[in-house]
Design a protein around this ligand. Structure first.
Ligand code: CCH
Length: 310
C-alpha cells in the first residue's frame, strides 16, 4: 500500500466541513447527496472477509476493476464523482479515508448519530498481472505501490435474497443479527433507481432524514408484491393503498425472520437505541480491513447492554 505523501498534513475537520457543504444539491434525487455517499462508504467496506482479511474499506479498491463494475456498485461512480472536488482541494487525504468520512459525515448531517471515525486508510494500486512476488522484507526502504489482487465480485448482499443470505454476508464481515438489523436502518434514507439496481422507489417519506422510520413503516404498513405494469421489474414490495413506499426482498426478510423481527420492533420503538447501535455498527463497518498498530481491526462487537424484548 502507498500512503499519500501529505496525508499527515490533512485537516480532517476542514474536509468534514467541506463534505457537509456539498451535501445539499437541489437538482439531484431528493435534493441531497448524503444517502448515496453513505452507500458508497458502506459498499467500500462491505467486501471484507474476516476469514482471510481481504476486502474492506482500506485501499479504496472500488476505483479499479473488478469492483468498479460490480453490478452491486452500479451508480456509485456518481458518488465518487461528487467527492472528486474535495479530493482535489485536499489531495493528501486518501480516497479510502475520504469515502468513509463522507459516509460518517452524511449520517450526522442528515440527523443521525455521530459515527466514530479515524483516519489512516491508504489507497492501493491494482496488482499488474505479471508483477513479481511482493517482498515482505522490512529493511527495504522502497515501498511497493502494488497490493494483493482485490477479491472477486459478489461479496455485497443481493437484494433479491433472504435472511440466510444476509447472515452469510454479514457474518463473513464479523457482524451479528443485531448489527444486521441496525445497519439496515440506513434505508430510512435515499431511494432505489431503476437504472442502477433495477428497483424503484423510496423506503420512507423523508429520504433525507436519518431516523427509525424504516422500522416503523416496515412493521406498520401492509406490503404486497409490486405488479410492474409496463415492464418486468425485479420482485419488490409496495405499500398497499395509494401511498407508494417500497421494500426490497432483503428488507422484508427482516420482518419475516423471527430473530431479526425482534430487533425491528425494538428499533421502531426506541430511536435512541437505534442511533446508538447504528453508530457502533457503522463505525466498525468503516474500519473493516484497516490495519492499525500492526493489527487488523475486526467487526466483532464489544460487550454492550443486552436488548430487552417486551
Ligand atoms: Fe442499501 N440498497 N442495501 N444499505 N442503501 C440501496 C440503496 C441504499 C441493499 C440494497 C440496496 C445497506 C444494506 C443493504 C443504503 C445504505 C445501506 C439500493 C438501491 C439497493 C438495491 C440502489 C439504487 O438503485 O440506487 C441490500 C440488499 C442490503 C443488505 O443488507 C446498508 C448496511 C447500508 C448502510 C449502512 C442507502 C443510504 C441507500 C440509498 C442510496 C441512494 O442513492 O439514495
Amino acid at each position: 500500500m502507498t500512503s499519500s505523501p501529505s496525508s499527515d498534513t490533512v485537516n480532517y475537520a476542514l474536509v468534514a466541513q467541506d463534505i457537509r457543504a456539498i451535501l445539499p444539491r437541489p437538482s439531484y434525487d431528493n435534493g441531497n447527496i448524503g444517502p448515496i455517499l453513505i452507500r458508497l462508504a458502506w459498499h467500500s467496506a462491505g467486501t471484507y472477509s474476516k476469514l482471510d482479511g481481504t476486502g474492506g474499506s482500506n485501499g479504496a479498491t472500488m476505483r479499479f476493476e473488478p469492483e468498479s463494475s460490480d453490478a452491486a456498485n452500479a451508480g456509485l461512480d456518481v458518488a465518487r464523482g461528487f467527492l472528486e472536488p474535495i479530493k482535489l482541494k485536499h489531495p493528501g487525504i486518501s480516497y479510502a479515508d475520504l469515502w468513509t468520512l463522507a459516509g460518517a459525515v452524511s449520517v450526522e448531517a442528515l440527523g443521525g448519530p455521530r459515527i466514530p471515525w479515524k483516519h489512516g486508510r491508504t489507497d492501493s494500486m491494482p496488482m499488474p498481472e505479471h508483477h513479481p512476488p511482493i517482498s515482505t522484507s522490512t529493511n527495504s526502504t522502497q515501498k511497493c505501490p502494488f497490493t494483493r489482487p482485490v477479491p472477486a465480485n459478489g461479496r455485497l448482499p443481493d437484494a433479491a435474497l433472504d435472511a440466510t443470505h444476509l447472515r452469510v454476508i454479514f457474518y463473513r464481515m464479523g457482524f451479528s443479527d443485531r448489527d444486521i438489523v441496525a445497519l439496515s436502518g440506513a434505508h430510512s434514507l435515499g431511494m432505489c433507481h431503476t437504472d442502477r439496481s433495477g428497483y424503484d422507489g423510496v423506503w420512507t417519506h423523508y429520504p433525507n432524514e436519518f431516523s427509525n422510520r424504516f422500522y416503523q413503516v416496515l412493521l406498520d404498513l401492509k406490503w404486497k408484491k409490486r405488479d410492474w405494469d409496463d415492464w418486468t421489474g425485479p420482485e419488490q414490495y409496495m405499500e398497499e393503498g395509494p401511498e407508494q413506499l417500497m421494500m426490497l426482498p432483503t428488507d422484508m426478510a427482516l420482518l419475516w425472520d423471527p430473530h431479526f423481527k425482534k430487533y425491528v420492533q425494538v428499533y421502531a420503538r426506541d430511536q435512541d437505541l437505534f442511533f446508538a447501535d447504528f453508530a457502533d455498527a457503522f463505525g466498525r463497518l468503516l474500519e473493516l480491513g484497516v490495519v492499525r498498530d500492526g493489527r487488523e481491526v475486526a467487526a466483532s462487537c464489544p460487550a454492550r447492554p443486552k436488548v430487552v424484548f417486551v
